[in-house]
Ligand binder design. Structure first.
Ligand SMILES: Nc1ncnc2c1ncn2[C@@H]1O[C@H](COP(=O)(O)OP(=O)(O)OP(=O)(O)O)[C@@H](O)[C@H]1O
Ligand SMILES: [Mg+2]
Length: 273
């Protein structure tokens, strides 16, 4: 039997009387990019935090890399943390630390590597994400938004994880920077053979990266499938999200592969004119 990289079963989450998740089941396969979409406040970040063992669900099970996160020993959870990387939605870097120290942090925390090796690794990771070594002594305030994201990605990859969690990786980036960051993620994913769980509301990012998409609505995953499967759903949230003007524009490049008929891109073109 093959283990799934992530397996969520019967998950319920409550904050006070408000049930954010009402029975979530989700499996993430090795090597795929699973994207989680849903309205603001629908519980995407919370679900991601539960997959990181940072938050405990009210009910249900979360298994990651073969371990039950909410049942295992703290030492097991700590070892697991060294096997995944995370890009958080906000506060991606420590503002008081230099670029170098931010990326070196997880390497120092291992307490097994000497400084010379750490230095080599940090410079290698920075090169990987396209940050020149001359920026290593800068603090985050001296970097552009796109550079901050790249450095945060370098830090997430510092321990050579097999699994990467991304929460709104392209939020706040202009379209050009967003596109090049998406390309970078895709290149690294292929090169490093990563499994990715991503939260995003950005349709271009979603279309460019997702192997499958899970749609969170009203506490449940209403559809989980490929882009093609998802856009054929008649769920009102999905119709609104994917087939509104912005959605159609994002889908235009892949329209022919979606089997949606021929008239839609024209309408999108008119809509954006
Ligand atoms: N620690 C907490 N205590 C109380 N309520 C919380 C807590 N964390 C999240 N919530 C609530 O749970 C709901 C889901 O929050 P979450 O941050 O997961 O949403 P999201 O889908 O990531 O939204 P966004 O798209 O805006 O990032 C929200 O109503 C939020 O207010
Ligand atoms: Mg969020």
């Amino acid at each position: 039997m093959t283990e799934h990289v992530v397996e969520v079963k019967g998950l319920w989450t409550r904050f006070g009387r408000h049930a954010v998740h009402r029975g979530i089941d989700l499996r993430v396969e090795h090597g795929e990019v699973l994207s989680l979409v849903g309205g603001s406040g629908s519980g995407k970040t919370t679900l991601l935090r539960q997959m990181l063992g940072l938050e405990k669900p009210h009910r249900g099970q979360v298994r990651v890399l073969g371990e039950d996160l909410h049942q295992c020993e703290p030492s097991v959870l700590q070892r697991l943390r060294n096997r995944w990387g995370v890009l958080f939605q906000e506060g991606a870097l420590f503002s008081a630390l230099t670029v170098y120290d931010n990326v070196a942090l997880p390497l120092h925390e291992l307490r097994t590597l000497d400084e010379e090796l750490i230095q080599d690794l940090v410079l290698m990771k920075l090169e990987m994400v396209g940050i020149e070594a001359r920026h290593a002594s800068k603090v985050p305030a001296e970097l552009s938004g796109g550079m901050v994201k790249r450095v945060a990605l370098a830090r997430a990859l510092a321990l050579e994880p097999e699994l990467l969690f991304l929460d709104e990786p392209t939020a706040g980036l202009d379209p050009d920077r967003s596109e090049s960051f998406v390309q970078l993620i895709e290149e690294l994913r292929r090169e490093l053979n990563l499994t990715v769980v991503m939260v995003t509301h950005d349709l271009d990012t979603l279309v460019a990266l997702s192997s499958r998409i899970a749609v969170l609505f009203d506490g449940r995953l209403v559809v989980v499938g490929t882009l093609r499967e998802v856009v054929h759903s008649e769920h009102p949230f999905i119709v609104n999200f994917f087939l509104g003007e912005r959605g159609r524009r994002a889908l235009e490049a892949v329209w022919d592969t979606l089997g949606m008929g021929e008239d839609m891109p024209q309408q999108a073109a008119q809509g954006s004119a």
